[in-house]
Write a protein that binds this ligand. Structure first.
Ligand code: HAM
Length: 416
């Protein structure tokens, strides 16, 4: 047996776990603030939920899905992303008449990619989907939620919003024809992946990382120059409102995104602090996805953030997140009962406490110093005068504080 996590997966604990909780709870808080409600969908779905909707030519469908047959012979896939699952859920639950629908979700996603820093085979996303509105203001809501989320995680200075439009279906089709016309004469010089994409999904060639592809696409036509009037107007309204809200952005006319369901707005919040895995939050509008999945003509827009990448960024900003735990130390065995009662009272008031369970007082102090910032010594001389000793375990400083109003006094000392 290999006592190791499978390649591209990892255990999350200690400091990393506190970053994990911090990112997810901030996302929930902000999504609720914007009027979204939570949804939890299964980790696996029938394979066709993803196969049909993410795009036959997408890397995810072609190379990255964890697909298996179960014992009943159904083909199932571990979800590689959350949008198709959420749309499947609103259709299954019969919610498509109650629009607009605003859902947020979180959890593990699975893609068979080459693992590296910030790229895993099991990774975590938090996402939101705003379904049933064709207004550019819905895009602005998703973008301003994303911006507030990243800002409140303290990342405003190291992220940048890149945005583009690929227009509606008509604009996309026009553009596709122009692009294929431009690329076909140079087909043989394109990378193998891009040659395949030329047939299936030529727009993806624009964001190829291959140097030769990059050189060829430098002068390729751009989606922006093939937009019809309504697509142009749509994008302008999104951008104008971002400016009014003070959300900085730059237009990246090569940004097309890797999933087939996008129409109109596409965006990525990127950072230079993570090497090549710079996209920390991405999304866009998908006006045909719900219809294609059989749920009626419901346009949508959404985003998903890479929790793992945000955790790495937070770690760079605050490498030591000090755990303020209070160690409760009974002097003698006879003091254990009082220690338990005090610990219960302090916990009920929201103070994090723990009590080493074995050993004499010096052993207990030693154990407490591993995990705790302070120790509260229950018993001894002070106790007889209704006082208690609080010791700062890093400075060694001791204070005698009254037992009366203990919670308030401790909070003042520990969380000044
Ligand atoms: P995506 O760009 O494929 O979009 O993924 C969203 C985010 O997930 C990325 O920006 C990145 O931070 C993170 N991510 C993706 N793959 C990995 C990986 N292998 N390891 C670590 N992090 C990763 C979507 O999934 C769309 N469903 C977003 C969306 C929602 N569009 C509309 N609504």
């Amino acid at each position: 047996m290999k006592n190791q996590p499978a390649r591209g997966t990892r255990d999350i604990w200690g400091k990393e776990f506190s970053h994990f909780i911090k990112v997810q709870s901030k996302a929930w808080e902000i999504a609720e603030r914007f009027g979204f409600q939570g949804i939890e969908t299964p980790i696996f779905e029938f394979t066709e939920v993803f196969l049909k909707n993410l795009g036959d030519a997408s890397d995810i469908v072609n190379k990255e899905m964890y697909t298996f047959s179960d014992r009943g012979g159904d083909s199932l896939t571990l979800r590689p992303e959350g949008t198709a699952s959420t749309v499947r859920a609103i259709i299954s639950e019969g919610l498509t008449r109650e629009t607009p629908l605003k859902f947020y979700y979180q959890g593990p996603m699975f893609r068979y990619e080459r693992p590296q820093k910030g790229r895993y085979r099991q990774f975590y996303q938090i996402g939101v989907e705003f379904i049933g509105s064709n207004e550019p203001l819905a895009d602005v809501e998703v973008l301003s939620l994303s911006y507030d989320f990243l800002s409140e995680l303290g990342l405003k200075k190291i992220i940048e919003l890149k945005i583009n439009t690929i227009g509606d279906k008509e604009s996309r089709d026009n553009y596709r024809t122009e692009l294929v016309k431009f690329l076909t004469p140079q087909k043989n010089k394109l990378s193998e992946d891009s040659q395949r994409r030329l047939e299936q999904n030529p727009m993806r060639i624009l964001d190829s990382k291959d140097p030769q592809d990059k050189a060829i696409t430098l002068n390729a036509p751009r989606p922006q120059n093939h937009l019809n009037e309504s697509s142009k107007k749509f994008f302008d309204e999104v951008l104008n409102n971002l400016s009014k809200l003070g959300i900085p952005y730059s237009i990246d006319d090569k940004l097309v995104r890797g999933l087939d369901y996008y129409t109109h707005t596409v965006f990525e919040f990127v950072t230079e602090s993570l090497g090549s895995q710079g996209a920390v939050l991405s999304g866009g509008r998908y006006n045909d996805l719900v219809k294609n999945m059989g749920g009626g003509d419901l346009p949508g827009v959404g985003m998903a953030a890479g929790v793992d990448r945000l955790m790495l960024l937070i770690d760079q900003l605050e490498p030591t997140s000090e755990q303020k735990i209070l160690g409760i130390i009974p002097v003698f065995d006879a003091d254990v009962e009082n220690a338990l009662l005090i610990m219960q009272k302090l916990r009920h008031s929201g103070i994090k406490c723990e009590m080493p369970l074995t050993g004499n007082i010096s052993k207990k102090m030693k154990k407490a110093s591993k995990n705790c910032s302070h120790a509260l010594i229950v018993g001894g001389e002070e106790w007889t005068t209704q006082n208690i000793v609080l010791k700062n375990l890093s400075s060694g400083e001791q204070k005698t504080i009254p037992l009366n109003n203990l919670e308030i006094n401790i909070k003042k000392e520990i969380y000044p």
